[in-house]
Design a protein around this ligand. Structure first.
Ligand code: AMP
Ligand code: GLY
Length: 423
């Protein structure tokens, strides 16, 4: 079968790497892709939200499966676009339809869903520009820290956590009245602060059945010891050592089952990955967010641990026969360390030549913000490449990734030296 992946990050290189191992995968296309996907697939230089251009690529290349990496096309309704087009309606799309993608596209919608289906989450209220005074009053009833979330997609920057009440009020005004995040902060969710340790649970569903994939933990802050600005993710570990079986059973009963049942009850068609962001408060799981896709860099540790043929798994998602698939997980740990451009997540330079990739033997290099230019690989984004390794323990895997990184170089290369420090 011919398959198209939408996206250009480390997540999409990993999906391509995994699909490419399947005997069922004939021609693989990635739009727009990066230097890593260029080595194993054909890159197509179109935007992930240009649905008409995607249609042309699909029809011209007999593509019968489209795997959607990032949230934007899902929230904009790429799956619905396929279903309502006579020429495309039989193409399998891995990723939910627009209505269900709103679980990521609107924090308020996600909170309403969580409450309605009795899924444990932080208490909240939501406000708009007309009710900003009520928002101030609500903040006064809470204990610090104060958690403010722009309702819509804000490229991972829409959550602000503040210790000071006056600062929280000023931030609320800035979001609602001064449109700090544009349309994304027309509404703001104010939430109870949850004190605990975070992890991500990945579920694949065909809309009826579900399979739980390995857990992962990512490291969002730029600085060592989880300090400094938030990033897209600086590294990841799978499995998560503190998520023991008793805890995972709670996650399945209290979170996963009611989520999948809730999608059906609310008529939210879903064929794809559900990324459940959790905080473990004491021994209890609480949901902090849903994403309607795989995480990046979590994918770079989750998919390498999956032993199944991913094309077969996706076919089962499309045909709603996921109950017939037996998910097999590599017992080894996998870790990844993200190499980033100096300055990221603030301003940084691009076009730096990357050397040493061919010398890596003990790790897998997943390219992210990197492009082929002439005969070289150059940086093209903030997060440049993810270095994934396996180990009998996560410590051994991390050590391997750091050893591999010593062979890699680009000007102003930066990475966190403490991935796994808190486990
Ligand atoms: P989100 O975009 O919803 O994942 O939020 C970004 C980050 O903010 C999360 O990864 C958490 O570290 C933190 N966060 C979000 N909601 C809460 C909460 N209710 N309590 C504590 N931390 C939170
Ligand atoms: N690593 C977090 C995310 O993909 O949203």
């Amino acid at each position: 079968m011919n398959i198209l992946i939408l996206g250009s990050g480390g997540r999409e290189h990993t999906i391509a790497w995994k699909l490419n191992q399947s005997p069922k995968c004939n021609s693989l296309f990635v739009a727009p892709g990066n230097s890593g996907t260029a080595q194993i697939a054909k890159n197509v230089p179109i935007s992930v939200t240009d649905f008409n251009a995607i249609k042309e690529v699909v029809l011209n290349n007999n593509i019968t499966m489209v795997v959607v990496g990032p949230e934007d096309p899902l929230v904009q309704g790429v799956h619905d676009f396929f279903l309502t087009d006579d020429a495309l309606k039989n193409v399998a799309v891995i990723g939910p339809q627009k209505a269900a993608a709103t679980l990521e596209g609107s924090k308020e919608f996600a909170k309403q869903f969580l409450y309605k289906h009795n899924i444990p989450t932080a208490a909240y209220q939501s406000f708009n520009a007309d009710t900003v005074e009520d928002g101030y009053a609500f903040l006064e009833t809470l204990n610090p820290p104060f958690v403010l979330k722009a309702d819509g997609l804000a490229a991972g920057k829409g959550v602000v956590i503040l210790e000071d009440l006056d600062q929280a009020k000023a931030e609320l005004k800035s979001m609602l009245v001064d449109a700090k995040f544009g349309d994304a902060s027309t509404k703001v969710v104010i939430e109870e602060f949850l004190d605990g340790i975070e992890l991500s649970c990945f579920v694949l569903t065909d809309g009826k059945n579900y399979k739980i994939l390995p857990t992962a933990k990512d490291y969002k802050r730029i600085g060592e010891g989880d300090t400094g600005l938030n990033t897209g993710g600086m590294g990841a570990v799978s499995p998560v050592p503190f998520a023991n079986q008793a805890f995972l059973d709670k996650v399945e009963e209290q979170v996963v089952k009611p989520t999948i049942a809730g999608l059906q009850k609310d008529d939210l068609p879903y064929k794809g990955f559900v990324f459940i962001g959790l905080i473990k408060v004491g021994d209890e799981p609480k949901v902090i967010e849903y994403n309607v896709r795989l995480g990046d860099p979590e994918t770079e540790v989750v998919l390498p641990r999956l032993k199944n043929d991913l094309v077969e798994v996706f076919e089962a998602v499309a045909n709603q026969t996921l109950d017939q698939i037996d998910i097999k997980v590599d017992p080894r740990a996998a870790t990844t360390i993200m190499l980033v451009s100096g300055g990221y997540p603030e301003a940084y330079q691009k076009g730096k030549v990357i050397t040493g990739v061919d010398a890596i033997e003990d790790s897998i290099v997943f390219h992210a913000g990197a492009q082929q230019k002439d005969n070289q690989i150059v940086t093209s984004g903030g997060r440049v490449m993810a270095i994934t390794s396996y180990g009998e323990t996560y410590q051994e895997a991390i050590k391997k990734s750091y050893q591999s990184i010593e062979k890699l170089h680009f000007d102003k290369m930066n990475y966190r030296k403490d991935i796994g420090f808190d486990l």
